[in-house]
Design a protein around this ligand. Structure first.
Ligand SMILES: Cc1cc2nc3c(=O)[nH]c(=O)nc-3n(C[C@H](O)[C@H](O)[C@H](O)COP(=O)(O)OP(=O)(O)OC[C@H]3O[C@@H](n4cnc5c(N)ncnc54)[C@H](O)[C@@H]3O)c2cc1C
Length: 418
């Protein structure tokens, strides 16, 4: 298995005189002043004095099946991180339209941030982000595997890969090692889980007839299935199909492509035509749809980020937005607090708030559009006719993000209780 960058050490002093300036101006300042930052494959490496100007951020690597749709609230995060241009030059493609089974919706005109969604090729974006990190002065090491993290006032990473094994200290370790994060265990975080009996399959297709400026995410509440169709700049299309674990099949391996395509067309009939000439150009795999997270994802010099901090059900396409939200919030906390332990706790407090709000919203979506329990079916009987008459009853968190209101009144309106 190939491991690449995702756990990084961070350390640099910050100057409070810059507090009045924009985050970008402050970052540029720090970048110039403390070069070289070190974004290292798995870790930041100490300076010769052992003092450590280091910077790291999770760069999602691998991902032949992973997320390639960034919702508009994620676009707002990458804009605030100064990464929009990096996305576009790595082949990122604006997707201003979405189809959710009720007709095309213009995201720029209607979603909270007035921004487009973006689609991209995961591997190309990874390369683009690494190039940008190097250009900003970070040291990037690839092909390195972290074996252990020791949390503490001087946290340590043990890693191996290019050359002999190393033990490296950092002022802060930022671990973005994905949905099966070992860093959670190494650093002693307790995991919480919200299990759902669903799987999501993904595959990259060619030969799909579909609008190149529109994604489609369509739930079929009658079967608990969901289809996703995400066009990329290359003309290829990432197709997703979410299905209950009770289905009499597992969509795993390219030979299951005809079944994925036919089940997708059963779930969302417009896909029968769109997928007529589709061929797979990458692996086909299924992943579980459980939510799994850490409350307060910082302690003793170790911050978790992205899926390591909170893996959200991929059926709702929130994971990449959360990755970039985490990066932005941690960046801002590090800039704001000279005491990095305080910065880590501040990041973790904010993470708890926005992840809980995302999780609450996606649970509601699952109840109304996917769950097959008698309780969910009873809710749907009331809710769906009212939603059909007034689609604004559906909360817009998937596109507008966790700052939208999410409370009993929103729930009652969505569930058709008022
Ligand atoms: C089928 C599917 C479809 C999805 N679709 C979407 C979507 O459309 N939109 C969306 O927003 N989100 C989507 N997601 C979620 C999204 O892919 C994730 O939220 C996102 O990739 C998380 O990024 P990450 O950097 O935290 O973790 P990852 O992308 O998983 O990266 C973790 C990296 O850490 C490396 N690593 C792990 N352990 C070590 C170690 N010990 N040493 C060194 N390196 C290590 C891994 O090799 C990997 O490269 C989808 C997920 C799935 C499964």
């Amino acid at each position: 298995m190939r491991f690449t960058s995702n756990i990084a050490g961070v350390s640099q002093e910050l100057n409070s005189d810059l507090a009045q300036q924009s985050p970008h101006a402050r970052l540029r300042y720090h970048c110039r002043r403390w070069r070289p930052w070190r974004l290292v494959s798995c870790v930041g490496h100490g300076s010769p004095r052992g003092e450590s100007p280091r910077f790291g951020a999770g760069v999602p690597i691998s991902g032949s099946h992973l997320g390639e749709f960034l919702s508009p609230w994620g676009t707002a995060e990458i804009r605030d991180l100064g990464l929009l241009e990096t996305f576009h030059s790595a082949g990122g493609c604006d997707i201003p339209w979405v189809e959710m089974g009720t007709g095309p919706r213009d995201l720029i005109a209607t979603a909270k941030h007035r921004l487009s969604a973006i689609s991209y090729s995961h591997p190309e974006l990874q390369e683009g982000l690494i190039r940008a990190a190097r250009k900003a002065g970070a040291e990037v090491r690839r092909g390195v595997t972290v074996r252990k993290i020791e949390a503490g006032s001087k946290p340590i990473i043990e890693c191996s890969g290019n050359g002999s094994p190393e033990r490296i200290t950092a002022r802060m370790i930022v671990a973005a090692d994905g949905r099966n994060s070992a860093a959670r265990k190494w650093a002693g975080f307790a995991s919480e889980r919200d299990e759902h009996p669903y799987l999501i399959a993904g595959v990259l297709l060619e030969g799909v007839s579909f609008r190149s400026d529109m994604c489609a995410f369509v739930f079929n509440p009658a079967t608990g299935t969901v289809t996703g169709t995400v066009p990329e700049a290359s003309g290829l299309v990432r197709a997703y199909f979410g299905y209950p674990t009770s289905a009499p099949y597992r969509l795993q391996g390219k030979e299951k492509l005809p079944l994925l395509l036919s089940e997708s067309a059963k779930s969302s009939p417009f896909l029968a035509e769109a997928y007529r000439n589709a061929r797979a150009v990458g692996p086909l795999g299924s992943f579980d749809a459980n939510d799994s997270w850490v409350d307060h994802p910082y302690k003793d010099g170790v911050a978790l980020m992205g899926d390591a901090a909170a893996t959200s059900d991929p059926s709702f396409g929130q994971g990449m937005c959360l990755v970039f939200r985490d990066a932005r919030v941690l960046r801002d906390a590090l800039i704001a607090h000279p005491d990095w332990d305080r910065a880590g706790h501040s990041y973790a407090e904010m993470h708890d708030i926005y992840f809980r709000r995302c999780h609450t919203a996606t649970r509601m979506f699952r109840t109304v559009f996917q769950e097959q329990t008698p309780e969910a079916q009873a809710i749907r009987q009331k809710a769906l006719p009212l939603i059909e008459a007034d689609p604004t009853r559906v909360p817009d968190h998937l596109f507008g993000g966790p700052e939208l209101p999410i409370d009993d009144a929103v729930r009652a309106r969505f569930f058709g209780e008022c």
